[in-house]
Write a protein of this length. Structure first.
Length: 583
């Protein structure tokens, strides 16, 4: 990576910490002033602490995006010169478990065709590593891969079905390294929904060849191919805001960047020598195999002295995602369990400080929802006069307006404005940069898309928060997420299915609205942005799972980034080959 990213990392990290702490303390100070003007009891103290934690987390996200805007540069224009092809042989791994075999083979075919056009097919061997247990699915995998072998005789394509699928994806990759790793200098790890351009694959191998200390190079997978309203919304967010966030992450990564488990290239020798994962001993909530193994493997590589790098300038890396909120939440449930398991790893010997901090960020990404929910709950309970609190309450004889003292109105308004600005301003700055600096001719439509996405994310957020809170509770109670496929093929949902899945979210929303009305009428309006989406959760999930055409998406402002538009040819090939296989 260029010197601007490698030099001054400590200063950027310190600046981000100071920025976050200053903002969070300012918000907490305003909240304390607003509360202590009237009275202060144990509930208020709890609210102050919870607000400090929540705003500290929000501030960190804002700081990362702002750094991304400051240090972002042009993406790499990838165009392979046949005279400069690397010589190293690289394995491309696609671990699968009960996936749609037609879709998997369609994606493989698209990438193989692209490599064939670049005369680089001989540089890569394909390994489909199956953990499937359903005999019909296994039979289909074998049949379709045989057709793939016939179609691409010049490609080296291997299929392996594990007899024992211990360790899930991490165990699958580890077994490949033990069996076949010595034959390959590098390995590219994909997911079943991954797509990568040939130029990108070749560029990544060239980077590994040019930098002998580079142990892992992670790309930024852009979401592509989604058709529902929910899918279009998160796809737009991925293209518009994802790379800015990634630039900010790169500006602080130093030698300890992230690994997200796919669309990355790894030096096989480095992985084999430093990334062995233990099975966690029997502690009810966090035992078993580490599910979010990728983050742990990244810090282990860095501990061994290897450079782990995320380069947001590299284009041509794509993935899919669930088309509806239920599928998204089911996938997120596994990530929640895996990230909370990192609490058992964060104290491991000799990890780099930034590696420990990265694991802590992963843990906090799921604990932030219960913290915010607890703050809202404490706010609902705080107006209730409980005799037991009288001994712990200090009163001022000041006039009040509703539950808010008149003398504290300005502090409360400033706090509300600050939190909203913290949520909105980073996205607004990204959109403004795209409009005034971006090369995309449709960039001015991004303003509309940014507004629509902001409203959509505000509606989706309380529902997703409820799912994350439930996930954290289930993990703490020792309930395993199980092992299912990634719900990528799930599209439109029926309304009854939505009601049956999220009735409990509606009940929580209705109870919260009722409690706010009973305890303090003025508080009712403040909690409506959270409780109303929860009350309407079945309708929101059902409506957002409906398909939205390309023209309708453009009218909404959901324009694609240049990189996402570059995936069009690959996606067309996937659809064509998948249709041929279904005949």
């Amino acid at each position: 990576m260029d010197k601007p990213f490698r030099e001054g990392v400590g200063h950027r990290r310190a600046a981000a910490f100071v920025f976050c702490m200053a903002l969070s303390l300012s918000f907490t100070g305003l909240f304390f002033a607003a509360l202590s003007a009237d009275h202060l009891n144990i509930y208020e103290v709890i609210r102050i602490v919870l607000l400090f934690v929540s705003t500290l987390w929000l501030s960190w996200g804002g700081a990362t995006v702002l750094l991304g805007l400051l240090y972002s540069g042009s993406v790499v224009v990838l165009d392979t010169d046949p005279k400069t092809l690397p010589t190293a042989r690289t394995a491309i791994l696609m671990p699968i478990y009960h996936e749609d075999a037609v879709e998997v083979c369609g994606r493989l075919a698209a990438m193989m065709d692209d490599l064939r056009e670049k005369n680089a097919a001989h540089l890569f061997h394909w390994h489909v590593l199956s953990d499937s247990r359903d005999e019909k699915i296994v039979a289909q995998e074998r049949e379709l891969l045989c057709k793939l072998v016939e179609r691409y005789p010049e490609q080296e394509i291997f299929y392996r079905l594990r007899s024992d699928n211990q360790g899930r994806k991490a165990g699958n990759v580890a077994e490949f390294v033990q069996r076949c790793g010595g034959a390959y200098r590098y390995m590219v790890v994909l997911d079943a929904d991954s797509l990568m351009r040939a130029d990108t694959l070749i560029h990544m191998v060239g980077r590994m060849e040019a930098e002998p200390n580079l142990g892992l190079l992670q790309t930024i997978p852009m979401l592509v191919g989604l058709k529902s309203y929910f899918g279009r919304s998160i796809m737009f967010a991925s293209g518009m805001f994802g790379r800015a966030f990634a630039f900010g992450l790169a500006a602080m990564q130093g030698e300890c960047g992230p690994f997200w488990g796919h669309n990355a290239i790894i030096r096989t020798r480095a992985f084999a020598s430093s990334c062995g994962l233990p099975e966690l001993d029997d502690t009810r909530a966090f035992s078993g195999h580490i599910l979010s193994h990728d983050s742990v493997e990244a810090v282990l590589l860095a501990r061994a002295g290897w450079q782990v790098e995320c380069d947001p300038r590299i284009t041509g890396s794509y993935e899919a995602a669930p088309e509806n909120i239920l599928g998204y939440a089911a996938r997120d449930r596994r990530w929640c369990q895996g990230n909370l398991q990192h609490s058992r790893v964060i104290g491991a010997r000799a990890l780099k400080p930034w590696g420990r901090f990265s694991l802590a960020l992963g843990i906090m990404s799921y604990l932030s929802s219960p913290v915010w929910a607890a703050f809202l709950l404490a706010s609902l309970v705080a107006p209730v006069d409980l005799p037991v609190l009288e001994a712990y309450t200090f009163h001022n004889n000041l006039p009040v307006l509703g539950h808010i003292p008149i003398t504290a109105a300005y502090e409360g308004a400033a706090l509300l404005f600050g939190v909203v600005a913290l949520l909105v301003l980073p996205k607004a700055l990204v959109v403004m940069k795209e409009v005034f600096v971006g090369e995309n001719t449709s960039s001015r439509k991004s303003v509309l898309g940014g507004v629509v996405e902001l409203i959509s994310s505000a509606v989706f957020a309380p529902v997703l928060m409820a799912f994350q809170c439930r996930s954290v509770f289930e993990v703490l109670m020792g309930r395993d997420s199980g092992w299912t496929n990634a719900h990528r093929d799930a599209g439109r949902l029926s309304f009854l299915e939505c009601v049956g899945s999220v009735w409990w979210v509606s009940v929580i929303g209705a109870m919260s609205m009722g409690l706010s009305w009973i305890s303090e009428t003025a508080l009712w309006l403040w909690v409506m942005p959270v409780t109303l989406p929860m009350l309407l959760a079945p309708i929101i999930i059902w409506a957002s799972s409906c398909s939205v055409g390309t023209r309708a998406a453009e009218r909404l402002g959901f324009v694609l980034s240049c990189d996402q538009m570059g995936a069009t040819q690959l996606l067309q090939h996937v659809e064509k080959y998948s249709a041929d296989l279904k005949v």
